[in-house]
Design a protein around this ligand. Structure first.
Ligand SMILES: [Mg+2]
Length: 125
């Protein structure tokens, strides 16, 4: 797996880049219900890749898929939704993290110091 770039992309930069892209076109952002349909479609595509990665055989001619790309597709639609409504994903993310870091602070079993992988995720290639 390619190591992540050293370059940092902020939510604000992602929002501005998506807005610059969408603003080139007369159609602009999709209306809210169509955007919700696109969001749902992308969630389904994430689900398909995860299913393929966990034992479901792809259809003939279909590959396993690219989870990283599908998550990015989902993120693109989320950024579009936030931009169209004038919302800040950064502020929303901070509010969400504050919520889980306080409400769920004692919810899960803490690791012993120095054990496990950062973030609790599976070892990656
Ligand atoms: Mg997709």
């Amino acid at each position: 797996m390619t190591p992540p770039s050293e370059q940092v992309l902020t939510f604000q930069q992602a929002s501005a880049r998506v807005d610059a892209y969408i603003s080139q076109f007369r159609e602009g952002y999709f209306p809210p219900l169509l955007m919700l349909a696109r969001l749902t479609e992308e969630v389904g595509e994430v689900a398909r890749v995860v299913a393929h990665m966990n034992g479901k055989t792809p259809k003939p001619g279909e590959d396993v898929g690219d989870l990283e790309l599908e998550l990015a597709d989902l993120l693109f639609v989320m950024v579009c939704m936030a931009n169209e409504r004038g919302l800040s994903l950064e502020r929303g993310f901070e509010r969400m993290m504050e919520k889980v870091e306080t409400r769920d602070a004692e919810r899960w079993t803490r690791k012993e110091a120095g054990s496990g992988t950062p973030g609790g995720g599976a070892e990656r290639e």
